[in-house]
Design a protein around this ligand. Structure first.
Ligand code: SF4
Length: 356
């Protein structure tokens, strides 16, 4: 297939079939950046709402830079991978302080912004500034490796180099942003990971994978992502005072998931604890330094899957019987239960609260 044919086919297909999305109607680099960050690891239908909320609340970079982190995390709540929101905030300050408030228009400068790697930098540079940098995301890796029959694993540097070389040759240098978006869109709508819609595809005749019955094999991957299992036993400790219910809340600070979000006092184990053998009761007693509590209820198990780990969580409602302050809890926030929703909390906690 000639390069010209590839370019024309993919771009024509894109113009006829692309989804109508708000970040495609703008050349504002701030909005394009926001959409790129939101759409990392997130489906378009889920990300759309968040994109609209963010540009409504922070229509300019300056307003995002001036916001406090907790407010940004609250707005991001439910989208997951919260480091994206923290980095977005950090990078907005970089733009104000290091680039005089103007979004940088050179690839190398875009790459200096926190949270922006080569993929996002290429996407922003090509879409907002028409610079000829090919984008390589999961959709692009799949489409190119299937059409061109890439035999190297796409998660190896050889595989990525091979795909990068192909893209550098076929990219539409006059219109790189549209070209990049067109390949990503083909991957999202037609050349899907499972059951691609080959009979509707404009590359049916030329596609290596289709013509060699290797759709299920391509793209080749060498690494198996190891999943870590973690068991969370959340203590939902209630105290009734003057007709109000108070609970303890923890601000997560460690270098771990959900940094700077809020959850409950937590007992974490690598192996599941037995409820029948009293293991959980003993673990709570050890955690609180007392057995003077009443265990009211244990929730169902909540499974929360992340890219490299699965959280298996239980919420254990307990009442502390002792009237004395418990030392194990002295560093937690102590809040009226209705105020929980003012804090940024992980989706897992939100699901539990909604089920109560
Ligand atoms: S023919 Fe099928 S496998 Fe090949 S690019 Fe199109 S959708 Fe993907």
């Amino acid at each position: 297939m000639k390069n010209q044919d590839f370019k024309e086919k993919i771009v024509n297909w894109y113009h006829l079939n692309k989804r109508d999305l708000p970040w495609r109607d703008t050349d504002n680099p701030y909005f394009i950046w926001l959409s790129e960050i939101i759409l990392q690891q997130t489906r378009v239908d889920q990300g759309l709402d968040y994109y609209n909320k963010f540009i409504f609340r922070y229509p300019e970079i300056k307003l995002l830079a001036e916001a406090n982190e907790e407010e940004i995390l609250k707005l991001w709540q439910g989208l997951g991978y919260y480091s994206r929101a923290r980095n977005l905030h950090f990078a907005s300050k970089q733009i104000i302080n290091e680039f005089n408030g103007e979004f940088p228009d050179k690839y190398e400068d875009i790459l200096k912004l926190k949270g922006i790697g080569p993929y996002s930098a290429a996407a922003i540079a090509s879409i907002a500034f028409n610079l000829p940098y090919p984008v390589i995301d999961g959709n692009v890796l799949r489409v190119i490796s299937r059409i061109f029959g890439v035999k190297n694993a796409v998660d190896s540097s050889e595989g990525r180099d091979e795909i990068y070389k192909i893209l550098n040759i076929i990219i539409d240098k006059n219109n790189p942003g549209t070209f990049n978006q067109a390949i990503m869109e083909l991957g999202a709508l037609v050349c899907k990971p499972q059951n691609p819609l080959c009979t509707e595809c404009v590359f049916l005749n030329e596609c290596f994978a289709y013509n060699n019955k290797s759709i299920d094999i391509l793209p080749i991957k060498s690494k198996v992502v190891k999943q870590r299992n973690r068991f969370f036993y959340y203590l939902f400790i209630k105290n009734n005072k003057d007709n109000f219910t108070f609970v303890y809340l923890n601000k997560r600070k460690e270098k771990d998931i959900w940094k700077n979000l809020y959850d409950f006092p937590l007992i974490e184990t690598e192996l599941e604890l037995s409820f029948t053998d009293n293991d959980v009761f003993k673990a709570i007693g050890k955690y609180l330094g007392t057995n003077d509590f009443t265990l009211n209820s244990i929730s169902k198990q909540y499974k929360h899957k992340l890219s490299h780990q699965t959280i298996n969580a239980y919420f254990i409602e307990i009442d502390l019987n002792s009237s004395e302050d418990n030392k194990a809890l002295e560093n937690y926030l102590y809040i009226n239960i209705y105020d929980i929703y003012n804090y940024p909390i992980p989706k897992l906690i939100e699901n539990y609260l909604n089920d109560r």
